[in-house]
Design a protein around this ligand. Structure first.
Ligand SMILES: Cc1cc2nc3c(=O)[nH]c(=O)nc-3n(C[C@H](O)[C@H](O)[C@H](O)COP(=O)(O)O)c2cc1C
Length: 540
């Protein structure tokens, strides 16, 4: 059997032989500034990628989440309603079945308050914000606010577009009479991060009849409640605001609530809910409705107004109950990867489309990639680095050449990169040969960095032991910061710091599919300068 290092040496020599022949990639790199210098720009995405993103989001429910409480049914066993079904069911309740809108609202709001109080008790989450929209969902929120007040919470309401109907004016009067303050949208938005003022927030802005994109001031309030703004836990009433009732957060602009309280029955979008707590409320469904709509819903325990039906059930800090049970179901309609769909311009163009989609999927660092290198004897070593550019030549990152990875690449220039873009259920794997970037390109990137980062490159002798502990690092940082305190003195790029370029020999595109029957399409070429790529499908 050929040893790894003998094999890699043979491959390397073969690849280099090829690379000496056709230096086209270098020419292209010079013709256009490297992406790392240009910055990665967002561009319109091909429709099929948008469909893939929506489909991925639609199927991100974890079976692990569904099992986390013993009485909880499997998500698959529960009925999810379309928008039309939800509307006709409501009409039937308020028609032949004799309910009034006030009654349904009262019961819905009560179950929301009960569910929220179950997960976010007054002892830990005393200050609650309720944001109410102009429709019935907002009414549910006002009722919930009143109940939460009676449960002992300090409640504030933001109701920017009040509805001038007796039902709603009555709810406002009830809340005001309890001393619940009403904040205007301006006051809410001017008051700094929500987490500094509230311990939980109720999203009762838009319900199952809502269509289109949220308008001001709701769009701004939604921004304050999105994960990027680090809000307190968000509890969505029936539909997370900004979501399509059937397809979920298709625009990517919707909320990512920690808790969802579905009312009467979950709507189709609830399949995508990936937060901690999913409850069902609205304990009023009569048998006629249950039978007509063939509703499969769990029984409410005892006298409870709500029942848990999903969610991970744990705080992120608590960690998983059982690691082996952490299991995500991948894939869904529209999420396939077909040979015919791959870019005619080749794998780098395909990567470009995938990367842009990943960059728009809400990931904080879509450019984080696992870089695997190996010692000359083949001992592997992996770590994350940040992709800082890519173009026809390959993939660029910056590091310390004297680090472990730097030394390994010096001696064994084969490396492998892997990206995992969880919201898209997509992985990209790249293998190839690594070389140092030309000095002028490393300089260009070095001087595009904040001055503090430039000094940081001088400070850290990456991967070497700090024999005197962190103090040694901090003393060195202080010394160099003093040395370069005068900003007119440029910080020299240290010779041991710069960019690496991986020139790919193979690039694999992986799309998660149901039952672990994933799609894998791999492009391979015999040398790093060969222009032709062979596309093959691999078993998952
Ligand atoms: C998300 C993430 C991004 C990182 N990006 C870089 C990077 O771009 N360059 C780098 O040298 N180290 C980066 N690091 C640190 C490396 O993972 C690693 O600790 C360091 O490079 C030393 O690795 P080595 O000893 O294997 O050479 C990053 C770490 C994380 C978690």
């Amino acid at each position: 059997m050929q040893s790894f290092s003998a094999l890699s040496k043979a491959l390397y020599q073969q690849a280099l032989r090829g690379s000496a022949r056709v230096p086209w990639a270098r020419v292209l790199w010079r013709a256009t500034p490297p992406a790392c210098a240009r910055g990665l720009q967002a561009a319109p995405l091909p429709a099929r990628h948008v469909a893939a993103a929506a489909a991925a989001a639609a199927n991100s429910t974890t079976q692990q989440q569904a099992r986390s409480a013993s009485y909880m049914p499997f998500m698959e066993d529960i009925t999810y309603l379309t928008q039309e079904q939800a509307q006709s069911l409501d009409a039937e309740l308020m028609g032949p079945l004799g309910f009034s809108v006030d009654q349904l609202m009262e019961l819905a709001g009560l179950s929301v308050a009960c569910a929220a109080a179950t997960e976010y008790p007054t002892s830990t989450h005393p200050r609650v914000l309720v944001v109410a929209g102009p429709g019935n969902n907002g009414g549910d929120g006002l009722v919930a606010a009143r109940h939460l007040h009676h449960f002992g919470y300090s409640v504030s309401i933001c109701y920017p577009k009040p509805t001038d109907k007796p039902l709603y004016t009555g709810l406002i009067t009830q809340c005001r009479s309890l001393g619940i303050p009403f904040l205007s949208a301006e006051e809410l938005q001017a008051g700094g991060p929500l987490s500094s003022r509230f311990d939980a927030a109720l999203d009762a802005m838009f319900g199952f009849s809502f269509k289109g994109a949220p308008r001001p001031p709701f769009d701004g309030i939604i921004e304050m409640m999105k994960p990027g703004a680090q809000p307190p836990p968000v509890v969505a009433v029936d539909i997370p605001s900004g979501w399509d009732v059937e397809h979920g957060d298709t625009s990517g602009a919707g909320l990512r609530p920690d808790m969802l309280v579905s009312l009467t029955a979950p709507k189709l979008c609830a399949r995508q809910f990936a937060g901690q707590h999913h409850y069902l409320g609205g304990r009023f469904v009569p048998p006629q409705i249950r039978d007509k709509y063939q509703l499969r819903l769990p029984a409410y325990p005892g006298v409870s107004q709500c029942v848990r039906i999903g969610g991970s059930g744990r705080s992120p800090a608590a960690g998983p109950a059982n690691v082996a049970d952490l299991r995500v179901s991948y894939g869904g309609a529209g999420q396939s990867l077909d040979e015919a769909d791959m870019s005619e311009a080749g794998p780098l163009a395909e990567f470009d489309a995938w990367f842009k989609l990943a960059a728009s999927s809400g990931l904080a660092e879509p450019n984080a990639m696992c870089l695997a290198t190996a010692s000359p004897s083949g001992a592997p070593s992996a770590r994350y680095v940040l992709l800082k550019g890519y173009d026809e030549r390959g993939f660029v990152w910056f590091t310390n050449f004297d680090s472990t990875k730097g030394k390994q690449l010096e001696e064994n220039p084969f490396a492998s990169l892997a990206f995992w873009w969880e919201p898209l259920q997509r992985q990209v794997r790249i293998e190839g040969i690594v070389e140092k970037l030309p000095d002028e390109e490393s300089d260009a990137y070095f001087y595009s960095r904040p001055r503090g980062h430039q000094i940081g490159s001088l400070v850290s002798m990456q991967s070497t032991p700090l024999r005197r502990g962190r103090a040694e690092l901090e003393e060195r940082a202080a010394r160099l910061e003093a040395q370069y305190a005068d900003e007119s003195i440029p910080v020299p790029r240290p010779p041991h710091w710069g960019g690496f370029l991986l020139r790919p020999l193979c690039i694999e595109f992986w799309q998660g599919r149901p039952s672990r029957l994933h799609d894998r399409l791999r492009y391979v070429r015999p040398s790093v300068d060969a222009q032709e790529w062979r596309l093959e499908r691999l078993s998952p």
